[in-house]
Design a protein around this ligand. Structure first.
Ligand code: HSE
Length: 427
């Protein structure tokens, strides 16, 4: 156990500022045990909310990584270019690394872990998934000897905020909700990574690698974002007793791994449905522990900085950090996306004319898809714009539904492409 951990920080942005605050403000109780030695950033000019002793600042990350007085590198640069280069340099030199970089860990976690092992260094990344929710530590330590059966999670605060607001404000569309999220500081200027579901997919890869000991790349995940969700979808779901959430899902099924990221209708009474606004949540079911639910802030300066500093504290107190990446891999095969089974909510924006419901139901029936319910509201305001026909199906496969929807979209009854959303009654 070290008496003192000497830290070099790469990246003096929002999270870096939070880390500086925690390492220097006396109320966090760390001064004297974890010492900030150097801070590197290419921008030393911009005003920051959290100040740092100018003597610690440099614009040269090499000087930080190569400083023999530094034990641990905190990487908060982001991306896989410079960030990966400096992390590799640090691990090769035997320095421990703490990072919040989900993209780098999702893509290169195994290779970096091997590098760390060769360099006799440790690599921790709690802040890369769900910021203030200590879920990596739970999987790495508490669940290390358990058999994880499923993970269902809300991992993107921006999307959760947008969907919550679309539910609370009837008529609010996705664009308006994104604008509001930006004004409140929950969404980036360009929220593409968030609303496309890619941010969630990267985080799910990290959880799945650890919980199911199976490496999966974001590109292998069946991915649907929230951009196609309309207020009609959100309000219709509500009337049917559901909420729409962007769900990250994985579970064992017949020796394989089902894994996807996408919007899903989940029952309003379920625990994940209570997670609103910018909050994240992870529900894990494992053989011994059973169902567990973790909720917290997944982003923001202090929750994410808290996860980084928590990792530093782990390094300070544990000579050897247990690593699930060093346990034997299971390499579960991934279920073909077309074979995944669920019920579906499908919205067809159709002309209000005879035979429309018959046309939709015949395309579904010819692929063995059974309809559980249909709701169509008359459009008395502007009949030319058609009517939303909402169909709930019984359980079917993703492949069968996709084929039926492709055929329906070709019919001249359709005014807009159909939009389909999974239903997860078990959540
Ligand atoms: N942009 C992410 C979110 C946080 O909205 O949850 C960083 O991963």
């Amino acid at each position: 156990m070290s008496e003192l951990l000497k830290v070099g920080l790469l990246g003096y942005g929002t999270i870096g500022s939070g880390v500086i605050k925690m390492l220097t403000a006396p109320e966090f109780g760390l001064s004297g045990r974890i010492k900030l030695v150097k801070v590197a950033d290419t921008d030393l000019v911009s005003e920051r909310e959290v100040k740092v002793d100018p003597a610690l600042l440099t614009d040269d990350p090499d000087a930080v990584v190569n400083d023999p007085d530094i034990d641990v590198i905190v990487e908060l640069i982001g991306g896989v270019g410079a960030a990966k280069k400096y992390v590799e340099m640090a691990l090769d030199a035997g320095k421990d690394v703490v990072t919040a970089n989900k993209y780098m860990i999702a893509l290169h976690g195994d290779a970096l872990h091997e590098r760390a092992t060769r360099g006799d260094a440790r690599l921790l990344f709690e802040a890369s998934v769900a910021g203030g929710v200590p879920i990596i530590q739970v999987i790495r330590e508490q669940l290390a000897c358990d058999r994880v059966l499923s993970i269902n999670a809300i991992l993107n605060g921006t999307c959760n905020y947008i969907l919550t607001r679309m539910e609370q404000v009837p008529g609010m569309d996705g664009e308006q909700a994104v604008d509001e999220a930006r004004r409140k500081g929950f969404a980036e200027a360009d929220p593409t990574l968030d609303v496309s579901g890619m941010d969630t997919a990267q985080k799910l890869c990290i959880l799945v690698r650890k919980a199911f000991r199976t490496p999966v790349l974001p590109a292998q995940i069946d991915l649907q974002g929230i951009t196609g969700i309309s207020n009609v979808d959100v309000q219709s779901a509500l009337e049917m007793g559901y909420r729409i959430k962007l769900v990250a899902h994985s579970h064992r099924v017949n020796g394989k791994l089902e894994i996807w990221v996408g919007p899903a209708l989940i029952p309003q009474s379920g625990s994940l449905a209570q997670v609103n606004n910018e909050f994240n949540a992870v529900a894990i079911n494992s053989e011994a522990h059973g169902e567990q639910l973790f909720i917290g802030k997944g982003a923001g300066m202090m929750p994410t900085a808290g996860a980084v500093v928590g990792d530093l504290f782990t390094l300070l107190n544990h000579e050897r950090v247990p690593s699930l990446l060093s346990q034997p891999r299971l390499d579960l095969p991934v279920v073909d996306r077309n074979d995944v089974r669920c019920r579906y909510f499908a919205r067809f924006t159709v002309k209000d004319q005879p035979g429309v419901i018959a046309a939709v139901s015949s395309e579904l029936a010819s692929r063995g898809i059974s309809i559980a319910s249909v709701v169509q509201r008359e459009n008395t305001v502007d009949p030319e714009r058609g009517v939303p026909l909402v169909v709930i199906t019984h359980e079917t496969t993703v492949g069968a539904l996709a084929a039926a929807v492709a055929a329906i979209d070709h019919r001249e009854i359709m005014l807009q492409p159909a939009h389909t959303i999974r239903i997860m009654d078990s959540l």
